[in-house]
Design a binder for this molecule. Sequence first.
Ligand code: NAD
Length: 449
Amino acid sequence: MKISVIGTGYLGATHAACMAELGFDVLGVDIDAAKVSALGEGVLPFHEPGLPELLRKHVATGRLRFTTSFEEAGAWADVHFVGVGTPQRAGEHAADLTYVDAAIRSLAENITKDSLIVGKSTVPVGTTRRLRDIIDKYRDPSVSVGLAWNPEFLREGFAVRDTLSPDRLVFGVDNEADETVLRSVYAQAIADGTPVIVTDFETAELVKVAANAFLATKISFINAFSEITETIGGDIRTLADAIGHDARIGRRFLNAGVGFGGGCLPKDIRALQARASELGLDRTMRFLSEVDSINLRRRDRVVHLAESMLGQLLGKKIAVLGVAFKPDSDDVRDSPALDVAVRLFNSGADVAVYDPEGTANAAKRFPRLDYKGTLEDAAQDADLVLLLTEWNEFRALRPEQLAALTSGQRIIDGRNVLCGDEWEAAGWEFAALGQRFVPAGELADALMR
Ligand code: NAD
């Protein structure tokens, strides 16, 4: 079986390399000629642990190739996976489906042999049936072109593992023959015990957005409690541990902090609200707007804490550790860390930024921040240090490491990964999200009274 993967971004490049690893001949197709050329030379244009090795290995054997030609893909592959982007539409909450529509149309116009198109992008419910009509409008009537939806659940940072050993496979199909093709593509994972859920198109589309809506809600749930503990006192980490012991709740995704971001959760919860409204269900997903607001307020809280610690931001030197939306990724799409860094900069602070992998992407979006190559360079002479992405390098930070570099001993832990007692014992003014913070000046005033 020959496989094409349309759209070779985070999802598609990973899927293509992993399909080659499973033994298939694979052709990656993208409209971005520069990306195609880099991938074709075995160069991965983004950071993903383990993926460069797979890419190089299979490009070298010729089992994995890349092209911009739909004509070539349509004549060659038996199965076409579609993983193009579905970003938020400018100025709206809804998903922009122009890339999906264009990719499906290009495929339909160029397929010259019986084949199956398998959608992997995250799309609003109802999209697959609409795409079926596009395919039927543009395909050669003498060839049979099937359509299935197989949402992708990979996590950046674990993308290779998640693709080779997914925790579940969801097949949205309308006939058994297409299910059989998908079962043979994923035969290895299925033999290894991955559960397969075979369902209709609508359910398959909804599984993905429901999962992301649930995860976003879980993060904002604990962050809402942060607003309470920040006001009245209490320990947000202990609260999360204690409720997390309940197996019905679970501890994962209950980490209080600066909130979620990235290329999926924010846009997916917005697109879900927009789709529900289109269906006349305005109130059904309205709670997600609160989930979104709680999440965005966490960024305000960090800026507010910085102001409380520094008095004013104008002219102050602030070291921001982390700009990727999460560790082990260089993805800065809708990154809370980058957003906070830019807000501090816009308030007049002199912001030095360090991230092990994310600075190049961040610099493309916000070239005016001062990007540094090491943690030490960023922290040099800083009045305040902010930890905003929980890379292991930052989790391991100790007060003595920074003390000789910074000009002020102030730190905000935006991810709740440091031990506040240790920093305070070393003489630092320490603040963390979810913990009540009393600026040193106010504390002294209160003690005097
Ligand atoms: P991305 O922006 O990294 O990649 C999208 C790619 O599609 C780009 O390389 C772009 O050039 C290409 N493209 C656009 N139009 C095209 C066309 N007509 N023909 C061929 N290629 C085209 O996006 P991504 O993060 O890989 O996400 C892709 C989809 O997968 C989205 O729907 C996203 O929600 C979903 N998803 C992403 C992840 C993730 O972790 N990144 C996980 C699960 C699902």
